[in-house]
Design a protein around this ligand. Structure first.
Ligand code: PEP
Length: 253
């Protein structure tokens, strides 16, 4: 049986009050597979979300972190600060952070190492732009992102990272990659991991998610693909019913 993770990336949405109401309602649904469901919320909501989810196995996390332990980094949050809130996950290298906030392959790599050392599971985002896909360079592009992200990461730590393949052209656009396109890239990502570590157990076990306009009506076809372990879900995760429906679909696969 495949392991699943259905993770909602809320981005800069919902107030803390709205977030708590959502988390309590999600908990009240008592989803069969709630340990495979996570919400990734704004920093200011983390402590109250931890309280709201207490007593359930629903996971939660942040959307970014700094790679230094402390210091003169105005506006930033350290791994130690995140750890205090009880987070399970932290997104690293989301395409919006790469595009608007100068996130580079080098800072992604430093963040992954820092998160792993503190026991928080990074969700590493990779994925090509429309331009890159139109030039048919998507595999080279994603391969380079993965090689740089995993630089210096020990083989025993590889499966502590979740990878999310998020083609930029499918994020927030309503345009989903076809299940075949998503499957092909998720399989290719495992091949890259296999090449780096020369270990088929690691490459089979690593969690690879798909992200990009996943919704209740396309989730089943995507989640049924053998190399896809779940979804990183933006827009649809803001709606309780949609997130719960996608989680229910995953529980039946
Ligand atoms: C995301 O931002 O991670 C994402 C996949 O967004 P959406 O589902 O809205 O395309």
């Amino acid at each position: 049986m495949k392991n699943f993770l259905i993770a909602g990336n809320w981005k800069m949405n919902k107030t803390a009050k709205e977030a708590v109401e959502f988390a309590k309602a999600l908990k009240a649904m008592k989803l069969e597979n709630e340990k495979d469901v996570a919400i990734l919320v704004p920093f200011t909501h983390l402590f109250s979300i931890a309280d709201a989810l207490d007593g359930s196995s629903i996971r939660f996390g942040a959307q970014n972190v700094h790679y230094e332990d402390s210091g003169a980094y105005t506006g930033e949050i350290s791994v130690k600060m995140l750890k205090e809130t009880g987070v399970d996950y932290c997104i690293v290298g989301h395409s919006e952070r790469r595009e608007y906030f100068n996130e580079t392959d080098e800072t992604v790599n430093l963040k992954l190492k820092k998160l792993i050392s503190s026991g928080i599971t990074p969700i590493l985002c990779v994925g090509e732009s429309l331009e890159t896909r139109e030039e048919n360079l998507q595999t080279e592009f994603v391969e380079s992102q993965i090689i740089k992200a995993f630089d210096g990461i020990d083989r025993v730590d590889v499966n502590k990272i979740v990878i999310a393949y998020e083609p930029i052209w499918a994020i927030g656009t309503g345009k989903t990659a076809t299940p075949e396109e998503a499957e092909e890239m998720c399989r290719f990502i495992r091949e890259i991991i296999q090449e780096i570590y020369n270990d088929s157990v690691i490459s089979e076990q690593i969690m690879v998610l798909y992200g990009g306009s996943m919704k209740p009506d396309n989730a089943e076809d995507l989640l049924n693909k053998p190399n896809i372990n779940g979804g990183l879900i933006g827009g649809a995760s803001l709606k309780l019913e949609d997130l719960a429906t996608i989680a229910e679909i995953a529980s039946k696969i």
